[in-house]
Design a protein around this ligand. Structure first.
Ligand SMILES: Cc1cc2nc3c(=O)[nH]c(=O)nc-3n(C[C@H](O)[C@H](O)[C@H](O)COP(=O)(O)OP(=O)(O)OC[C@H]3O[C@@H](n4cnc5c(N)ncnc54)[C@H](O)[C@@H]3O)c2cc1C
Ligand code: FES
Ligand code: FES
Length: 1343
């Protein structure tokens, strides 16, 4: 092995600057290099596995053969720096900056309100920017495609797409914005007739700088010279533990492969990288033949196309696209099938990095391309020093049999894919949790050849992915079917045989066993239909020579089963109240002002905690967490960990000087563990890599303790609760049940949700030399809470602890309580070591440790009349709180108080209790219980409707609050805005017309069904405890007139600071530019409560207003004396007159109260109303769904900033939609969370959002709140359930048609599995079911 002194220089460019690394380490990723070495912190860490796009950069390479420069997006977390020799990298800093020039991509993303927390924004910029470098005038479809690999948890994507669309040639934004007519506005004039004028323009395109593609930086000429150098030689980079070798020629490569047969060939690194990172694989030597000309070519002959193994999947796509447009269709069926999957396989970044060779060779069982390549009779062309050979892909190779495998010294040169022929059909079929950027749940490649002129099977091949440990061939079935006619009889036998041949064991890894079994034959059925249709078309092609009787077409109502849902570019319209034309121009209140930090987000200049420069002597922290759900800790052996390189110390419960168990929340496990993922100890080391490596060496011995409680059901059986029961009751429930026409009883299960904020929990804890002071910088919603926990843990007064919070990359409730725990864990480490501690949770640890939304079980008994009127409801709620109290009791109280939603039920009893289980402790999440509990309400309403033969919407209407009333907890309210939102929503969405159209569609389509739903909402903001609603602000005016504003609220992306600047600007009557807001800290505003509960603007706004008014009062005498004077003059004068220019503002809080003994109280300050409509289409064969349209009406009262409010509504809606449909946490029966990253937990991407979305802010009065506004942070979340109920409507239609019961369990989320299995049909009837007592399932539900 070469020694370090033999290491070559690694040369590449970053943002036009040459980088020469003399000792490049193969284990260093580009992400860590740009962030830690170059200190370019715009590129973010979101997952480390290529799945989120936060780290997107542009890679540019020069191809000496074509003499072209190739720009492509890549996820820097999966790019080893050693693979970059000769490449030019552009990071967000290289695109533009405030210091130099903001690039139009950055400017438009910001001005179109495409950033909220800003953590995803640099990645979004890079994806759009790279697209523009290749296509300066892209189509809307290209924009949507370019964003497919970038996750955003805040915005709901619509504004991001819209910013990209501004670069498209033709006008793509809704016409409403120009002409006053909108594509979605069928009911013209419904708003125009209103007293107030409605606006639709959230930004002004005229303000955008023009985009001039010729102004982009040039590719470094030095790299062109390097690429064209004919005397290339082998390069070697020697790292701390590994060596990277780049062969110069093919011969060199083959020699290297012979010398290091176990060394992987690193191409895209999209398999090797994640395996090293997440599966602990280690390789001392890597061989990287990137750029070797023999691996990059396309060769076309009369029979086949051969494509070099080095081609990326994106290049493969382009090559195939060219071929299919050039060749007759009959020859290109395999290429068409590949192209279909290449559109949705991973995201564009991965498709541009991953290579064809790497894809084929890594033989993953989930491979999307291998089953098609096998079905298309492709072959792998292999070379070694011994010579060349061909491996057929449809042989034993894909099944990974050792004899058929690639030999260690062999290299794949290319893949040959034969043309298809006339009587030959090839298809790729696929079903995934999400349409794009998600591994398939089951996929397949199938091909059939017929005897010419007949429908007699000559050859048949079926390959399935994700049904076993490798891609599996149904070869026996195929063999048996040769000679058979392609007809229904054949299909039914094929289904039976294939199920016998491919058996997924009941406890198979990945779970969803019955669903996967169903998909095996559902996909086969789709193929059957496609081929039958294809054969029928041949009758026309052969005009007259074929007997049409022998090639019947498929039934007309089966046609829509043929195609997957198309990926459309979303479009939307937003309506809000225009600002009163009489309002002074300078006053920004009511205007759609851009987020204060939007430009900084888009340029990457906004500083998040881990972007802060290293502090002298800082250490990194890695955690060791429990692998048992409930166990005694017998011993913790840290000796090996302490001996690891770079390790300074290991910190355990013994090292906590103060309270290790503060208010029931445990910092470091002591003696016992109570959940998988509980922190047992932390390792502090000089680098994170060292800390992590050492953490793996900590040995913990456990002894299991019984019981181990994971689910709500188990908690109920063990009487295991975190809090007492809460109850609200009105009327006489028992009596009412005796006098109703019908009674139904049921259960609803709602699973949990992961916050998936894009910035994981981050803490920087800096011990001070004096007086036991400690400073913490972290992303939190509740700095006071952090201060409390740190002070308690260190046993020092709170005054010694300073917490600073500037911004955080999303929070959604997940950063209310957890940062206190993690902050205290870090502070103990900082205290023990005396070093600053940087503690950045990896995505997997974050998901494991910090938990999320409470899973919920609702049990109901409902008494109602045959006309749909509900007379009595008795509802019980149980939530899975996890192992410690956290906020579970409060969540339960909210559920009990709010769950009546918009309905008046005269005899109503609602009870709730938080269960204690051995899961990580669940916590606050946007909506705080409401989104879960109201599913139960809407579910029983739907069940009543089904019994009464009414539409759910009719039953909702009948039971909805109609006039000023009292809630079940006896708080008076006026539901007029609720009625208005409901009515507008029904009208504007043309609900009844669409319902009819959907019914027509459903009659004509057996395998696809449309469904619609409208949900009403009565939501509340705030907390039923008055002192939790207080807030303070501090305003300083400096002598130049500039104003520094601070308040107790935290900027989480919601734009709180922007609104506070708007308030200060109005109150002080100065331009917004005079007001600066830097950070939130416990030093400037003490004892501030959390930023949550939708009341950030309400309470902090009042405090800011108060401070500004105090200051203005003080200035009044001066202003009076010089009314025409300027602000700066008045300030100068005030100083001369010794008037204090600093004031604290205070808001005592809304005087809410709740008496649980009496079961009554004015629990909340006011209500937020809304309604949303959604229409979906469901594929009954796969369980996929497509959201066609959504209309949201949200009662905003008076919106202080419509852009931010609409951003909150849309973002929450999409987050809610994800919660109710595709986001699914998977737990083992032992309480181990499997879903720990974007690969196995699917939040919505740009492809899930509605094709059409309209949001209207409805005007109402709310004098209690600042400027008569309303808090809209959470309300949109529940409106996402309109998608859930639309799905159930579609499923009901399918079930009705199949003669099944209309009532079926209505649980959440409605995943593809749930949808498919509810659409019971002949295929499901064929599936073998397993006796649950004979196996332990891979995963369980915990609700
Ligand atoms: C976030 C993410 C999402 C993904 N989503 C999907 C998806 O939806 N569907 C899907 O099918 N796949 C998906 N993948 C997998 C992806 O397709 C494969 O990882 C990729 O194709 C591997 O190619 P590579 O060039 O990166 O291989 P590498 O990681 O560079 O190499 C992989 C293996 O192949 C070997 N190898 C590479 N080239 C050669 C060669 N020429 N000769 C001999 N051996 C070679 C290497 O030795 C190594 O063992 C996803 C991956 C990621 C990271
Ligand atoms: S951090 Fe690289 S893709 Fe998520
Ligand atoms: S703005 Fe996209 S993740 Fe926050």
């Amino acid at each position: 092995m070469p020694s370090p002194s033999n290491s070559d220089e690694l040369i590449f460019f970053v943002n036009g600057k040459k980088v020469i690394e003399k000792s490049a380490d193969p284990e260093t990723s580009l992400l860590s290099f740009v962030r830690k070495v170059l200190r370019l912190t715009g590129t973010k860490y979101g997952c480390g596995g290529g799945g989120c796009g936060a780290c997107t950069v542009m890679v540019s390479r020069y191809d000496p053969k074509s003499k072209k420069i190739h720009h492509y997006p890549a996820t820097a977390c999966l790019v080893p720096i050693c693979s970059l020799h000769g490449a030019a990298i552009t990071t967000v800093e290289g695109v533009g900056s405030i210091k130099k020039r903001v690039h139009p991509v950055q400017e438009r993303l910001a001005k179109c309100h495409g950033t909220q927390c800003g953590f995803c924004s640099p990645g979004m910029v890079m994806s759009i920017y790279t697209l523009l470098r290749n296509h300066p005038e892209p189509t809307p479809e290209q924009i949507t495609e370019a964003l497919g690999g970038n996750l955003c948890r805040c915005t709901g994507y619509r504004p991001i797409v819209e910013s990209g669309k501004t670069f498209c040639g033709e006008s793509t934004v809704c016409q409403m914005k120009g002409s006053g007519k909108c594509c979605m506005d069928q009911d013209e004039g419904s708003f125009v007739s209103r007293e107030e004028k409605m606006c639709t323009k959230l930004y002004n395109e005229d303000e955008f700088q023009p985009f001039d593609p010729s102004q982009e930086p040039i590719f470094p000429p030095e790299l062109i010279r390097m690429a064209e150098d004919p005397n290339k030689r082998r390069l070697t980079f020697q790292g701390e533990r590994t060596t990277w070798i780049m062969p110069a020629t093919l011969k060199d490569l083959l020699e290297l492969k012979a010398s290091y047969p176990k060394a992987p060939l690193v191409m895209g690194n999209t398999t090797v990288g994640p395996n090293i990172k997440f599966k602990d694989e280690f390789y001392p030597v890597f061989i990287s033949p990137l750029g070797l000309p023999e691996l990059y070519f396309v060769n076309t002959t009369n029979d086949e196309v051969t494509i070099g193994a080095g081609y990326s999947l994106a290049q493969l796509n382009d090559a195939l696209y060219f071929i299919v447009s050039d060749q007759p269709k009959e020859k290109t069926k395999t290429y068409h099938a590949l192209l279909k999957h290449l559109r949705t396989l991973a995201g564009p970044q991965i498709r541009n990095m991953a290579t064809l060779g790497g894809h084929v060779v890594s033989q993953p069982n989930f491979s999307d391309l291998n089953p098609i390549l096998a079905a298309g009779n492709a072959t792998i062309n292999v070379i070694s020093k011994e010579g060349t050979r061909q491996i057929p892909l449809n042989g034993p190779f894909l099944e990974g049999s050792p004899e058929a495998n690639l030999r260690p010294e062999e290299v794949v040169l290319s893949i040959s894919i034969p043309y298809s022929t006339q009587w030959h059909f090839v298809s790729g079929l696929r079903m995934a949790q999400r349409q794009e950027n998600a591994f398939a749940i089951v996929n397949a490649g199938m091909s059939v050849k017929f005897e010419e002129g007949t429908n007699t099977i000559k050859d048949l091949q079926m390959f399935y992915g994700h049904v076993g440990p490798t891609v599996v061939s149904a070869s026996q079935t195929c063999k048996r079917l040769i000679g058979r006619q392609w007809d229904d009889q054949m299909l039914s036998e094929a289904c039976r045989w294939v199920l016998e041949e491919i058996r997924i064991p009941p406890a198979a890894e990945g779970g969803m066993v019955e669903f996967r079994r169903t998909l095996i034959i559902s996909l086969l059925f789709k193929f059957y239909l496609k081929v039958r249709r294809g054969l029928n078309k041949m009758v026309n092609d052969f005009s007259g020579s074929l007997d049409p009787q022998k090639f019947p077409d498929i039934p007309e109502n089966f046609v829509s089963a043929l195609d997957d849902f198309p990926i459309q570019t979303p479009q939307g319209i937003q309506m809000f109240q225009c600002v009163d034309p009489k309002q002074p121009q300078q006053d920004p209140v009511g205007h759609p002002v851009m987020h204060q930090s939007a430009i900084k987000h888009a340029t990457g200049e906004a500083v998040f905690v881990d972007d802060m420069p290293p502090i002298d002597q800082e250490l990194f922290l890695a955690v060791v967490t429990s692998t048992r759900a409930h166990a005694k800790i017998l011993s913790i052996d840290i000796s090996e960990a302490l001996a690891c390189p770079g390790v300074v110390d290991v910190i355990t419960a013994e090292d906590v000087p103060g309270d290790n168990n503060h208010s029931g929340e445990i910092l470091y496990a002591h003696n016992e563990v109570i959940c998988v993922g509980q922190i047992i100890c932390t390792v502090a080391a000089d680098t994170y890599a060292h800390a992590k490596a050492a953490a793996k060496q900590v040995k913990i011995a456990y002894e299991d303790i019984e019981p181990k409680i994971i689910t709500i059901e188990q908690a109920l059986a063990h009487n295991s609760f975190l809090s007492d029961e809460r109850k609200i009751e009105q009327g006489n429930v028992e009596h009412a049940f005796e006098n109703v026409d019908q009674i139904i009883e049921g259960e609803v299960h709602v699973e949990g949700q992961e916050h998936f904020y894009m910035e994981t929990q981050t803490i920087l804890a800096i011990p001070k030399a004096e007086d036991k002071e400690m400073v913490l910088h972290l992303g939190t919603q509740f700095p006071t809470h952090v201060q409390e926990y740190v002070a308690a843990a260190l046993k020092v007064p709170r005054s010694r602890i300073a917490c600073h919070m500037r911004r955080t990359g999303g929070a959604f409730g997940g950063k209310v309580t957890k940062p206190a725990l993690l902050g205290a864990v870090s502070a103990v480490a900082a205290n023990k070591t005396g070093h600053p501690i940087r503690f950045i949770l990896e995505r997997g640890d974050d998901m494991l440790i910090t938990a999320g939304r409470h899973p919920l079980l609702g049990k109901y008994k409902i008494g109602f009349m045959n006309n749909g009127e509900i007379k009595a409801a008795d509802v019980e709620y149980y939530i899975n709180g996890g192992c410690t109290p956290d906020e579970s009791e409060l969540v339960m109280e909210f559920i009990v108080l709010k769950s009546e939603n918009a309905y008046y039920i005269p005899n109503f009893r609602c009870r709730g209790r938080a269960c204690k289980t051995n899961l990580p402790s669940n916590t606050a999440f946007r909506g705080f219980g409401f989104p879960q509990a109201t599913v139960v309400v809407e579910a029983y309403i739907s069940a009543v409707a089904a019994k009464c033969n009414l539409l759910p919407e009719e039953v909702k209407e009948i039971n909805m609050y109609k006039r000023t009333s009292k809630t079940a907890h006896k708080q008076t309210f006026n539901p007029e805005p609720l009625r208005r939102c409901w009515k507008e929503c029904l009208e504007k969405s043309s609900f009844y017309a669409r319902k009819q159209a959907a019914e027509e569609f459903n009659k004509k389509n057996f395998w696809k069904k449309r469904g619609l739903a409208v949900v009403p909402m009565k939501f509340t903001i705030g907390i039923p405890i008055a002192f939790y609603n207080q807030a303070a602000a501090l305003v300083h005016i400096y002598l130049d007139g500039s104003v520094l504003l601070t308040h107790g609220g935290c900027e989480l992306g919601q734009g709180l600071h922007t609104k506070m600047i708007q308030v200060a600007s109005r109150e002080l009557n100065i331009p917004q530019s005079y007001v600066h807001l830097s950070e939130t800290s416990t030093i400037t505003v003490p004892n501030a409560i959390f930023t949550a509960g939708s009341m950030g603007t309400d309470i902090n706004g009042k405090a800011v207003q108060n401070a500004c008014q105090i200051l203005l009062d003080r200035l009044q005498p001066i202003i009076k004396k010089n009314p025409k004077g300027k602000w700066e003059e008045w300030i100068g004068k005030a100083f001369e007159e010794s008037i204090s220019l600093s004031a604290t503002g205070y808001f005592k809080g809304y005087q809410t109260n709740m008496d649980w003994e009496k079961e009554e109280g004015d629990a909340y300050p006011y209500y937020v109303y809304g309604a949303s409509f959604s229409e979906v289409e469901v594929d009954c064969l796969t369980g996929a769904h497509k959201l066609l349209r959504t209309d949201i009406f949200m009662d905003a009262a008076f919106s202080i900033n419509p852009a931010l409010d609409i951003g909150q509504v849309e973002g929450a809606f999409i987050q809610g939609m994800g919660f109710y449909t595709i986001e699914e946490l998977k737990y083992s029966p032992e309480g181990v969370l499997y879903s720990r990253g974007p690969d196995d937990y699917k939040i919505p991407t740009v492809t899930e959002i509605p094709e059409e979305i309209s949001v209207t802010l409805v005007h109402s009065q709310n004098p209690i709140a600042i400027y008569s506004s309303k808090g809209l942070g959470e309300a949109g979340m529940f409106l996402g359930s309109s998608v859930l109920f639309a799905i159930y409507d579609a499923v009901s239609a399918a079930r009705r048609e199949r003669g099944l019961s209309n009532t079926f369990p209505l649980n959440s989320p409605a995943t593809p599995e749930v949808i498919r299995m509810a659409c019971v049909d002949q295929f499901i009837d064929m599936i073998p079911s397993d006796d649950p007592s004979t196996f332990t399932p891979w995963s369980i539900h915990v609700s």
